[in-house]
Design a protein around this ligand. Structure first.
Ligand code: CUA
Length: 355
């Protein structure tokens, strides 16, 4: 917990690891701006009076310049602005570098709702349940236009963009219920694209997870899609197929047909599913069909989760260790579709705070 937690009036609660420092930075800028506003204003008034014209024939003394003064008013603002830059850059870097051991939750924005899927497949709409004190990483995309995932109490706001993944992370430090807003104008019901973030004690979060009707985990659903979309016909284990093997691939560097190298991450995998010709792996023909328009963003994300699950870096929350053998699951109906909203309604969290 942060020992320096101070609650500033008119500010949202400080409910994440970032909140205190963001507020401190903001207050510093505010105080600095206030100080110079007063200083310049007072100096202007003082000089106005002191150097006022006293007679119509008065001719002012010519001043050629003052080197020390000019150096001072160049160097001091430079040092101050570099301090602001360094502090801001450090904070930005922290906020946009998610830790690798975080609990990974997948978010999809859509006019006009927020969908979330937890590592084991639990889904919810316009709500996000997270455990207290655990690092949480959000991997986000949009099905239509740009949205922005904004949790004022966490001081985090990240654009959610169609066609790419953006990430956000935080550690909740205070249980309670907090506002979730869409902070990017996205159409007529933008203002209604709101929700709740519920921070729970870890045992309560586990209990909540057990109570939500569990869908297949993203990796399990991805394994099914991998078969139903016939990906497995070409991407054979061992690389003997028409496409490269996807076994142990995630996080590695691969050589491309054009001589370049690319690191296999979510963005590369997504591009290769939707635009397979963009970065063809060396030694393979460009003959994979595109899945653009044939799969939803969530389904693409599921396939990626599956590929990650058969990669060397095993997800810490352990969705599935052997997705191929997991989840016999009833037919393919509704793979990749969100659970109906009423099914995602969780039990009321303990200690819900009204704000
Ligand atoms: Cu979504 Cu504004």
């Amino acid at each position: 917990m942060n020992p320096f937690l101070i609650q500033i009036p008119f500010f949202p609660e400080q409910a994440s690891n970032f909140a205190f420092e963001v507020d401190l930075f903001y207050l510093f800028l505010f105080a600095l701006t206030g100080f110079f506003t007063v200083l310049i204003g007072a100096a202007a008034v003082y000089f106005l009076i002191k150097y006022r014209r006293r007679s119509p024939s008065e001719v002012p003394e010519q001043i050629e310049g003052h080197l020390k003064l000019e150096i001072a008013w160049t160097v001091i603002p430079f040092v101050i602005s570099m301090f602001i830059f360094a502090w801001g850059a450090k904070l930005y870097y922290q906020m946009y570098t998610p830790p690798t051991d975080a609990l990974e939750i997948f978010i999809t924005g859509k006019q006009w709702m927020w969908r979330a899927q937890h590592p084991d497949g639990q889904r919810e709409i316009n709500e996000l349940h997270v455990p207290l004190g655990r690092r949480v990483k959000l991997t986000m995309t949009s099905e239509d236009v740009i949205h922005s995932y904004y949790i004022p109490a966490f001081r985090t706001k990240t654009d959610v963009v169609p066609g790419r993944y953006t990430t956000s992370w935080f550690t909740p430090i205070k249980t309670g219920t907090y506002h979730l807003f869409c902070a990017e104008y996205c159409g007529t019901q933008h203002s209604g694209m709101i929700g709740k973030v519920i921070v729970m004690e870890p045992p309560d979060y586990q209990a909540w997870l057990r109570n939500v009707p569990r869908d297949k985990s993203p990796a399990e659903a991805g394994a099914q899609l991998f078969t139903s979309q016939a990906c497995d016909k070409c991407h054979l284990e061992g690389g003997a197929g028409r496409g490269p093997s996807l076994q142990n691939l995630f996080g590695k560097d691969v050589n491309l047909a054009n001589g370049a190298t690319v690191k296999v991450d979510e963005t590369y995998l997504r591009e290769s599913i939707l635009n397979p010709g963009a970065k063809v792996v060396a030694g393979y023909a460009n003959d994979m069909p595109t899945f653009q328009g044939l799969m939803t963003e969530e389904q693409v994300a599921m396939i990626i989760q599956y590929i990650k699950s058969i990669g060397p870096k095993q997800g810490e929350a352990g969705p599935t260790t052997s997705p191929a053998s997991a989840a016999p699951a009833p037919a393919a109906q509704g793979v990749g579709r969100p659970a109906p909203p009423q099914a995602a309604k969780p039990a009321a969290p303990q200690g819900e705070q009204q704000r």
